[in-house]
Write a protein that binds this ligand. Structure first.
Ligand SMILES: [Zn+2]
Length: 254
């Protein structure tokens, strides 16, 4: 099973590599390497499309392993998608951080980028997952966000409402690559599923894993909470594919 092919900003494009040889090579979307998967119809690339992508023609590059087989470009079309605006009220400092918060935020942005840049070639992700927490899923992925009247980055994940203390179950096998208490995201866990597919779990009341832990599908990563920039207890779930935070709904069974 593959994710749902949805060629919009924040979506996923499943592209046919036109080969079924044993080693098809590496696929790049911009500078980032995308995961590939072997199917009965040959190899396919699973390409994350960043929210900021302009609609229109895009290309990935297939870098082939042998000199006799030339590198190729594979084109696809990104359709426009309009995302609504959402106004939220949070603690003043979380919308408009104090000067002393900015240093912390910069350091945490760097840690986050480093975690999401993990690329483990030897691990292959699975592609259809169970939801990490039962509960009401908001459809707020991609919404432009205004906190206390201040425009901020669009929402790049799925929010699932659940009471504080609800266990968060790892949706697919992987390895924990980073955990910590972040200014905006609160207590956070990052899991590497292989080939540039990473997930993040934010606002936890408790973290139950440490960096380096190998985690199976269904293992508890921590508990739902309301830490960081929140309006109430919920799980913020982010899914990164070739460094693009895509809509997690595209990977869920239903
Ligand atoms: Zn969220």
């Amino acid at each position: 099973m593959l994710p749902r092919d949805t060629r919009v900003p924040g979506g996923i494009a499943i592209l046919d590599l036109g080969t079924s040889t044993d080693s098809p090579g590496a696929v790049y979307f911009g500078e980032y390497r995308a995961p590939i998967v072997r199917t009965p119809d040959g190899w396919k690339a699973i390409v994350g499309i960043p929210l900021a992508t302009e609609p229109g023609r895009q290309v990935v590059k297939l870098v082939t392993p042998s000199a006799s087989d030339r590198d190729r470009e594979i084109a696809f079309n990104v359709e426009p998608k309009a995302y609504a605006t959402q106004n939220l009220t949070v603690e003043a400092r979380k919308a408009d951080p104090l000067p002393e918060d900015l240093k912390r935020i910069d350091a945490e942005t760097e840690r986050t980028e480093r975690a999401l840049a993990t690329y483990t070639e030897s691990r292959s992700p699975t592609w259809r997952w169970t939801v990490p927490v039962p509960g009401e899923r908001s459809d707020s992925y991609g919404k432009r966000r205004v906190f206390n009247g201040l425009p901020r980055k669009p929402h790049s994940g799925m929010d699932i409402a659940a009471p504080t203390g609800t266990p968060i179950r790892n949706p697919a096998a992987g390895r924990v690559v980073e955990t910590g208490d972040f200014f905006f995201n609160g207590n956070t866990v990052f899991v590497d599923h292989g080939q540039g597919v990473l997930t993040m779990y934010c606002h936890l009341s408790r973290i139950d894993v440490t960096s380096g832990d190998v985690v199976k599908e269904g293992d508890v990563l921590g508990l739902v909470g309301a830490t960081g920039r929140v309006t109430g207890p919920h799980l913020h779930w982010g899914v990164s594919v070739n460094r693009a935070m895509v809509d997690p709904a595209l990977l869920l069974e239903k």
